[in-house]
Design a protein around this ligand. Structure first.
Ligand SMILES: Cc1cc2nc3c(=O)[nH]c(=O)nc-3n(C[C@H](O)[C@H](O)[C@H](O)COP(=O)(O)OP(=O)(O)OC[C@H]3O[C@@H](n4cnc5c(N)ncnc54)[C@H](O)[C@@H]3O)c2cc1C
Length: 490
């Protein structure tokens, strides 16, 4: 292959680019990103970044990713042993071209440093950022820890970065990517890593109403939250909604979460553990209203009849009216696969791939939140970092030589509690508390089916969780291929 194009310049896209170089690809590498920023990490956006905490010194979120707990990752034994101390030092990423010294796995780990400022929208950056592309941390040092890469790695990757431009179509043979600025990138291989976008409520855009998916979203919400105590209504009690509510409460705002289901997080955690998470809201001083939807948003013109319309209240389907200065809409995400639907590679639930991340065109693979791998689409940080190794291997081999079989894993930080989940939760699983107790706020719960542990959830219990996760992973590796992807993702 002479040219490989990665569409989506975020977590999965960056890991794919690293993998391409690590697996020996030395041709032209083009990375297209709709956002103007070089890759940055999203999990802190609803946590420390939103709280405006100085997390330069406290890279807790890095430990959250459980990279260090990942035995595939941690040839570095000390790091693995210390992972549950939640204070793993930032790790150097693997150099392209296969350099993998120091125990870092291909793909490497999160690298600290500045988020290099993107080029002028539509421009091309090759190697180091161009003069005038100031790293963001020069003006906003608190954003530096979000950076997933740094100027040295950008130079090493030797890619053409086209930032601030959208891919609008892929030609039916998968040999050309069309861009919204009129340009076309002719290519031999494509990695689709376009992730997902926050779902919005229907109706006009209103001041005071936010989603939380991008750095720009987080900047805007954070700016609102710094304007003194506010009434915040969070619509949706999923992970993003819960984390945002928790952060807003910690900042001293008056917070209400509205969740249409009887409990938040039932699909992910099952009813018992969902009930525990509902209690976290209550103990955190947040009102949780469940079993009711949102009928609409009330709004008024700011400063009289001519100003912009700003939200004033959330109207619930049960008739209640919740006054609101700020509304955060956390009702899930939609995969960014619309630009591919003409090519029949994708539908509204993402890019269809076989178990090896390969689409119906062998030279087109997909990774991360947008990819439905073997019928399953996961919106987890860890999947976005693990799939690229397999996808790139299959892309370079021109057919599927390996399937993706990693155990699903995610974490969430809410109200000072770290929640970690691994495995597949069968709908009929029974939950057994194996250590600690929900009342104490620290426990390990095992989801069992026919006497076998299928999944585990830990709250503030990282060390035993890691052990179970390792066991589940070993169990999964021993399973025949066909039994893996058939089960629903958590
Ligand atoms: C606020 C927040 C908190 C989170 N917290 C956690 C957590 O605690 N634990 C956890 O496991 N996971 C968490 N996640 C999920 C995790 O961040 C995602 O799984 C991960 O970002 C997925 O990476 P990705 O590269 O596949 O997609 P994305 O990160 O969505 O990146 C896709 C990129 O592609 C770009 N793009 C889209 N369309 C186009 C196009 N047509 N052309 C060019 N570029 C395009 C987008 O602009 C974006 O930059 C969180 C996510 C968010 C938003």
């Amino acid at each position: 292959m002479k040219t490989v194009t990665v569409v989506g310049a975020s977590l999965a896209g960056l890991y794919a680019a690293r993998e391409l170089r690590a697996q020996g690809y030395d041709g032209r590498l083009v990375i297209i990103g709709a956002e103007p920023h070089f890759p940055y990490d999203r999990p802190p956006l609803s946590k420390d970044f939103l709280a405006n905490k100085d997390f330069l010194a406290n890279k807790d979120f890095l430990a959250n990713t459980d990279l260090a707990a990942d035995s595939d990752f941690s040839a570095n034994k000390d790091l693995a042993a210390n992972a549950d101390e939640a204070a793993a030092a930032p790790l150097g990423g693997a150099a392209p071209g296969g350099a993998n010294a120091g125990g870092a796995a291909p793909g490497g780990a999160t690298r600290g440093g500045a988020i290099p400022g993107g080029p002028t929208p539509g421009g091309v950056t090759r190697g180091r950022p161009l003069p005038g592309q100031a790293p963001l941390d020069e003006t906003t040092p608190d954003e530096a820890p979000l950076a997933l890469t740094d100027p040295d790695e950008i130079a090493e990757l030797a890619a053409d970065w086209l930032l601030g431009v959208h891919a609008t179509a892929l030609d039916p043979r998968g040999r050309a990517v069309h861009l919204d600025d009129g340009r076309t990138v002719v290519t031999d291989g494509v990695v689709v890593a376009t992730g997902a976008s926050a779902r919005r409520l229907p109706g006009p855009r209103l001041a005071g109403v936010h989603t939380l998916r991008t750095l720009d979203d987080a900047r805007a919400l954070r700016a609102e939250l710094t304007r003194g105590p506010r009434g915040v209504v969070v619509i949706g009690g999923g992970f993003i909604g819960a984390e945002t509510a928790s952060t807003c409460a910690a900042l001293g705002h008056d917070v209400t979460v509205v969740e249409a289901a009887p409990l938040p997080l039932i699909p992910q955690l099952g009813p018992e553990m969902a009930a525990f998470c509902a209690d976290l809201h209550r103990h955190g001083g947040v009102r949780l209203l469940t079993g009711t939807g949102v009928a609409g948003l009330r709004h008024a013109a700011v400063g009289g009849t001519t100003g912009p319309e700003r939200v004033t209240a959330v109207e619930l389907t049960d008739g209640r009216l919740l006054p609101a200065d700020v509304v955060v809409v956390g009702i899930g995400a939609t995969p960014n696969s619309g630009w591919l639907t003409d090519g029949a590679l994708a539908d509204r639930d993402g890019v269809r791939c076989d178990g090896g991340c390969v689409t119906s065109l062998p030279q087109v693979v997909a990774v991360g939140d947008v990819a439905r791998v073997g019928g399953v689409r996961a919106e987890h940080w860890t999947s976005a970092t693990e799939q690229p190794r397999v996808a790139v291997r299959n892309l370079l081999a021109a057919h599927t030589v390996e399937t993706f079989s990693a155990l699903p894993y995610f974490w969430s930080d809410q109200y000072g509690s770290r929640i970690q989940f691994a495995g597949h939760r069968p709908a009929d699983a029974t939950v057994r508390i194996a250590e600690g107790s929900p009342d104490s706020g620290s426990f390990l719960a095992l989801y069992e089916q026919a006497g076998q542990v299928r999944a585990a959830l830990a709250v503030n219990r990282p060390r035993p969780f890691m052990k179970v996760r390792r066991r589940l992973r070993a169990q999964r590796s021993a399973e025949p291929d066909g039994t893996r992807s058939a089960r629903a993702a958590p």
